[in-house]
Design a protein around this ligand. Structure first.
Ligand SMILES: C[S@@+](CC[C@H](N)C(=O)[O-])C[C@H]1O[C@@H](n2cnc3c(N)ncnc32)[C@H](O)[C@@H]1O
Length: 392
């Protein structure tokens, strides 16, 4: 094969880096041995060690990435062109260069006017801690991102929610007894389409580099099947989804128990599983609070306030989550109840977190408090309290 045009392209590449006119580069028309590899995309990033080229290897079901210094990068490109990749496209602010290598090694190098007149801003790989990798295959497979790795317009809220959730988990983890652990077992109850389950696995496994096992549990077998397919395609070996009811699922030893938007009392079933298994972290975001509202008989003093349906609904919601937090404290957890993402992104945004403590609490004190609240509102039964009573 004539290597003249390859050499020309590589030297334009090196020159653009030196003269700071480089915009981006891609290699395509892959004919190498890996049946899954499709293209190689290069862009310039700023790292702690200085400027580096970010190589993104795009496979049909996943992406892998590596940084290289300029000399290494030029060497790799020279070795790949004409051997594995048969086209190369270099964009600089001076010109666009398009190399095509045909059969029998004949090649053509086209030089055209530049598509980009200015350089893109450099990404800083140390500027901001990343929680979710937008280029991950599972996000594409779940329809959050497009094939080009861009967040779909309609999925912006979901994307924010996924990021915020993982960021919250990161902080909670560092403040818990688990912070020095290298291995983790996580169960996500009511995993649904698995957005948060996948992101949790990817974060602990690939961003924090831990030996993590994550299990999603849901009654919707079609979703469970789909999630398992995507997990296999992503090569997420220790992520699995199980078809089943939260209340029936044997959790075994679990470090972090998650239940996000599990409907109505399914949240209580999940919290109870976490308490029983002595999970270090229990993280739930409840939704559809239906249990207490029909039981509440407003106190005379609040009669004219709680006669409004919306007020009664909110009161029932607050009392339900407040009682859950108290019952977690009674069970030896320190609790936090907070809004985990602004209501404009999702209305289901309260989060209750229980972090296991070594000191045993005064259970009788919590029993008195819970009883007084129930009596005040005329509540007969609350699911989590009942489940805890059954094992006491
Ligand atoms: C609103 S979706 C939330 C999905 C996911 N956790 C999220 O936040 O994106 C609630 C999921 O919980 C599941 N679910 C509700 N109650 C359940 C139960 N008792 N056992 C298992 N799954 C349950 C439903 O099938 C549904 O997929």
């Amino acid at each position: 094969m004539s290597i003249e045009n390859v050499e020309k392209l590589v030297s334009e590449f090196a020159r653009s880096l030196q003269e700071e006119t480089f915009v981006k580069m891609s290699l395509g028309n892959y004919k190498g041995a890996d049946e899954h590899l499709q293209k190689l995309l290069l862009r310039l990033i700023e790292t702690r060690k200085g400027k580096r080229l970010f190589f993104l290897y795009r496979y049909d079901t996943r992406d892998t990435a590596k940084n290289h210094d300029f000399t290494e990068a030029a060497k790799i490109i020279r070795n790949l062109l004409g051997k594995d990749f048969f086209s190369g496209h270099l964009f600089t602010t001076g010109n666009d260069f398009q190399l095509d290598i045909g059969r029998k090694g004949k090649s053509r190098l086209n030089v055209a006017k530049p598509t980009f007149k200015t350089k893109p801003a450099l990404d800083h790989d140390h500027e901001k801690k990343r929680f979710v990798n937008a280029e991950s295959f599972y996000l594409r497979a779940l329809g959050i991102t497009t094939d080009r790795g861009e967040i779909r317009d309609k999925q912006q809220d979901k994307w924010k929610q996924i990021n915020k959730f993982v960021e919250t988990l990161d902080v909670l983890f560092d403040k818990s007894n688990l912070r020095d652990r290298k291995e983790l077992n996580i169960i996500d109850m009511g995993s649904g389409k698995g957005y948060l389950t996948f992101a949790t696995y990817d974060f602990f496994k690939n961003i924090r580099g831990m030996d993590v096992k994550v299990t999603g549990v849901d009654t919707k077998s079609a979703l469970v099947g789909l999630c398992n397919d995507i997990a296999r395609a992503s090569e997420f070996e220790n992520l699995q989804f199980v078809d089943g009811w939260i209340g029936d699922f044997e959790v075994g030893n679990v470090d972090i128990l998650i239940a996000l938007h599990a409907c109505n009392t399914a949240t209580d079933d999940a919290i109870f599983k976490g308490i029983r298994a002595e999970a270090d972290l229990i993280v739930v975001a409840p939704c559809c609070h239906q249990e207490l509202r029909p039981q509440i008989t407003p106190h005379e003093m609040f009669k004219n306030i709680l006669k409004h349906g919306i007020m009664l609904e909110r009161e029932a919601e607050s009392i339900t989550d407040g009682l859950r937090a108290l019952l977690l404290e009674k069970s030896g957890c320190q609790t936090k109840l907070f809004e985990f993402i602004a209501t404009e992104h999702t209305p289901k945004n309260n989060m209750i977190v229980g972090t296991k403590q070594t000191k045993k609490p005064d259970a009788a004190k919590f029993d008195d408090e819970v009883k007084a609240i129930k009596d005040f509102y005329g509540i007969k039964e609350q699911r989590l309290e009942k489940l805890i009573e059954e094992i006491s």
